[in-house]
Write a protein that binds this ligand. Structure first.
Ligand code: BGC
Length: 768
């Protein structure tokens, strides 16, 4: 008998029930007599928020000092799995030094709307980026023998009514967008735990949702760890146990009623045992790792602040660089303007809030390089300050160049509530106006957790999107401004001109406790590109101080099935070392299924010395071409042409090659007499049948005069009708039901037609 079973047999029912909830806010219950330790958890995701137990100061911000790393919204822009993995490794090491076994992160939820209050904690609007970087983070943390909790599973994309609301989403959208991110992270990262979200999914709480927790996450994706509830997300202990949530957090004493119910139900006891097995496995894993560390005497391999700085440097996004205003030369007379230069906005608000060791402001960082003047520009409390603005404009006028630091104050975006608009504070916008009027050589540095509208973008020469850069964000900004690093971040989300342009705009927030995801799969760039809607900056966008050329796109297909190897060569054609994010999109030609015009299916980041070339390759598989087939309850590929696109970003194609793919045979799709003639012609047997009957049909149509109703100038003959596949009659025919055949052909009875259709159905039908 294995250790887990041995312990399980010794645990009393009451002990088992106690095991399924916390011992307190952050720990599981220990059973020393059976060798079961307590697992210590801590937030996450971008730094350690290990609460200090202080009865006199029970404050979420009273956590141990730790390094604040860039938030996921920034780290995602690195498009760099290795770098995010390194950040994970550094975080894992922080956990070890603080006695934490399990870090509550990463958050891979999809940014459905730019105004989601917690967007700073999430990677992207795209499931591939979210899943891949989530997996990289998990692998990094877990390489230390520290566990992660992949959160928040799932369809948790708004804060408004976050604990009671239901995300009402059709199955195809769930699979393609809101589950794919988790699927990739689970399969590639193998997190020790997954955190069940607060919200309901189509009316069923995430903590109670066996359909996804058990059938999809565990059975289909092979997740072997434990599911823990978000803090306070369990509403019914029994339903949560059945729904696959193994651990309710934080501590919640089971009521006598719950205990009695379990006591009297052998089925519930089986479920309880199942969940306890998973929790015991987690605890024993923790014990094993602790023992290993004791033996090997742990030593950090990474300096957290250095890693935080590197992530910030490689992720910040250069949005605009008119007249090559950047990088700045030290010889210029420079002024820094804006309170954020001195008191940066560098992390998000809520459970991910870190008690930072030392935040480096841009002003502090620049002082090590050169002298700059400074003016505050606006009041930190948001009160309009004409005087501060005038002083700033005055300094700008007397300088060669002005760098304006603006963004979103902390209260604008937070866990727990969403934004209502995408605008910067009014006094920040007024400041940009005043400074750019005083000196056209104005550069704006943005510090914000999520996209903002930029009606002022044309007035300035340079824009850097810094997001929330963590402790070393200020250093990273200065290094980018002065060209010590070459910007290489690319936006992991679209920046629309205005909130109203966004596909989620009409429905975000929902009505009461229901939010319908009516835009379906058209999230972010999937919508903007399909709708041909211009945006301020597209997904995948970002500039560099060097330039890159792309050549030699080769798409290698072994056969006509859904798989291909894609190679492309990238050359640094400028004179500085730089990093390029190579982006591969797949674009299905119009078929039967309504799909986004393109979707990201591969990405990688390469470093290139001046004039250096590198070849990169991507493997495309069935999933790269597939959509979720609701009837088949599986992924299907349509027979079609597909463009393989190497894109500069989601909007700009660089190289394109079209390939043909023969898709999947779709079973179960039987023809009925109400299927259309168009449907019939997609079926190989149907085509044969049509070849037999169509001559007679066209004759009958012509005899009836039906084909010539529209015009009395040119009479169409049966042969013409058959040949001119593009004429209006033919198009009309394709959407008529098959019964039309027996209606038009006098001697062809409905009964005979039904028999023929039954025969056609013996074959199978390929999607076109
Ligand atoms: C958040 C989680 C967090 C937990 C513990 C919840 O409110 O949604 O992300 O890990 O609190 O602080």
């Amino acid at each position: 008998m294995d250790k887990i079973q041995e312990i399980l047999q010794q645990l009393s029912l009451e002990e088992k029930i106690a095991l399924t909830t916390g011992a307190n806010n952050w720990q599981t219950v220990s059973f020393e007599k059976y060798g079961v330790p307590s697992v210590v958890m801590s937030d996450g995701p971008h730094g350690l928020r290990k609460e200090q137990v202080d009865e006199n100061n029970p404050n979420v911000f009273n956590s141990v000092k730790a390094t604040a790393f860039p938030t996921a919204s920034l780290a995602a822009c690195s498009f760099d799995r290795k770098l995010v993995g390194q950040m994970g490794k550094a975080l894992g090491e922080e956990c070890i030094t603080q006695g934490v076994d399990l870090l509550l992160g990463p958050g891979v939820n999809i940014k459905r709307s730019p105004i989601g209050g917690r967007n700073f904690e999430y990677f992207s609007e795209d499931p591939l980026i979210s899943g891949e970087l989530g997996a990289a983070y998990i692998n990094g943390v877990q390489s230390n023998g520290i566990g992660t909790s992949l959160k928040h599973f799932f369809a948790n994309s708004q804060e408004f009514r976050r604990v009671t609301g239901s995300s009402d989403v059709d199955e195809r959208t769930l699979r393609e967008i809101y589950l794919t991110n988790f699927e990739i992270a689970v399969k590639k990262g193998k997190p020790w735990t997954v955190m069940a979200a607060y919200n309901k999914i189509n009316g069923c709480f995430a903590t109670e949702n066996a359909k996804y927790n058990e059938n999809v996450l565990r059975d289909k994706w092979g997740f072997k760890g434990a599911i823990i509830s978000d803090w306070g997300a369990t509403h019914d202990r029994i339903k949560a146990l059945i729904g696959g949530t193994d651990l309710t957090m934080p501590k919640e004493q089971a009521t006598a009623e719950v205990v009695q119910k379990i006591k009297h139900s052998p089925e519930l006891q089986k479920v309880l045992d199942r969940n306890c097995e998973r929790l015991l496995a987690l605890a024993l894993k923790v014990k094993e790792q602790r023992d290993k560390r004791k033996k090997e005497s742990f030593k950090r391999s990474l300096k957290p602040l250095e890693v935080a700085q590197k992530v910030a440097e490689e992720s910040l996004v250069l949005l605009k660089n008119k007249d090559q205003i950047l990088p700045i030369s030290k010889k210029q007379k420079i002024t820094f303007i804006g309170d954020f230069a001195k008191n940066p906005r560098y992390q998000g608000f809520g459970s991910s809030h870190v008690n930072s060791i030392h935040v480096i402001s841009a002003l502090e960082a620049v002082s090590k390089i050169t002298e700059v003047s400074f003016s505050q520009g606006y009041q930190a409390d948001g009160q309009d300050a004409l005087q501060l603005r005038s002083e700033a404009a005055e300094k700008a006028k007397k300088s060669d160049l002005a760098v304006v630091f603006v963004g979103l104050p902390e209260t604008y975006e937070s866990e727990g509530y969403d934004r209502s608009h995408m605008k910067l504070p009014e006094d920040h916008v007024k400041l940009i106006d005043a400074v750019s009027k005083a000196n056209p050589n104005t550069i704006v540095v943005l510090q914000n957790g999520s996209p903002v509208e930029m009606p002022w973008a044309d007035k300035v020469k340079g824009i850097i999107e810094m997001y929330l850069g963590g402790d070393a964000g200020g250093q990273a900004i200065v290094n980018a401004l002065f060209g010590i690093v070459n910007p290489s971040g690319r936006l992991a989300e679209s920046f629309p001109y205005k909130l109203e342009d966004h596909s989620s705009y009409l429905f975000f927030g929902g009505e009461g406790d229901h939010v319908e995801y009516r835009e379906g799969v058209f999230v972010g760039y999937r919508y903007f590109e399909t709708k041909k809607m211009p945006v301020r900056y597209p997904f995948g966008y970002g500039l560099s101080y060097t330039t890159f050329d792309y050549t030699d796109l080769v798409v290698d297909q072994k056969d006509d099935k859904a798989s291909a190897k894609v190679t492309v060569t990238i050359t640094n054609s400028g004179d500085r070392t730089g990093k390029e994010v190579v982006q591969l999109y797949v674009s299905p030609h119009k078929g039967n299924i309504i799909r986004p015009v393109k979707e990201l299916k591969g990405f990688t980041k390469v470093t290139l010395q001046p004039k250096e070339s590198k070849q990169v390759s991507f493997e495309l598989d069935h999933r790269s071409f597939a959509y979720w087939n609701v009837e088949e309850k599986d992924w299907s590929v349509e027979t079609s042409d597909y463009d393989i696109i190497i894109g500069k970003n989601a909007h700009e194609n660089i190289l394109v090659q079209t390939i043909h793919i023969v898709g999947d045979t779709v079973k179960n799709q039987k023809l009925t007499e109400l299927s259309t003639i168009g449907d019939l012609l997609k079926n190989p047997n149907g085509v044969k049948y049509w070849e037999k009957i169509s001559d007679r049909f066209f004759e009958a149509v012509t005899e009836s005069g039906f084909a010539n109703q529209k015009t009395d100038t040119k009479q169409v003959t049966a042969d013409e009708l058959k040949e001119q596949k593009n004429n209006d009659m033919y198009k009309l025919l394709l959407s008529l039901p098959i019964t039309t055949l027996s209606q038009m052909i006098p001697e062809y009875s409905l009964e005979k037609l039904k028999q023929d259709i039954a025969e056609v159905n013996h074959g199978s039908w390929r999607l076109y």
